[in-house]
Design a protein around this ligand. Sequence first.
Ligand code: SF4
Length: 83
Amino acid sequence: MADNRCKLCLVRDIAEKADIYEMVKRTRAMLSDADRAPDELYEKRLGVCTECDGLLAGTCQKCGCYVEIRAAAKAAHCPISRW
Ligand code: SF4
C-alpha cells in the first residue's frame, strides 16, 4: 500500500485524516466572529505553514498543534513568529 501522506500537507488534504479535519472545522466554527481569524488571514497563515519545515502532516512540530486549529483564532501566533 502506497504511503500518500505528505509532510507539508494540511489535515484537510490527507484522506486518512478526514475525521480530524471534521474536528478542525467544528472547532473553527465554534469560535465567535470576533475571535475567529477571517478567511483571508486564515488561508495566508496556512500558506506559510505549508512552506515551513516545521509542518508534519498537518501538525506543527514546534508546538504540537494542528496548524489548521492554531491558525483559526485571530489572536493566535506561530510559535516561531512566522505569522
Ligand atoms: S505554526 Fe509556524 S512553526 Fe508551526 S508549521 Fe506553521 S509556520 Fe511552521
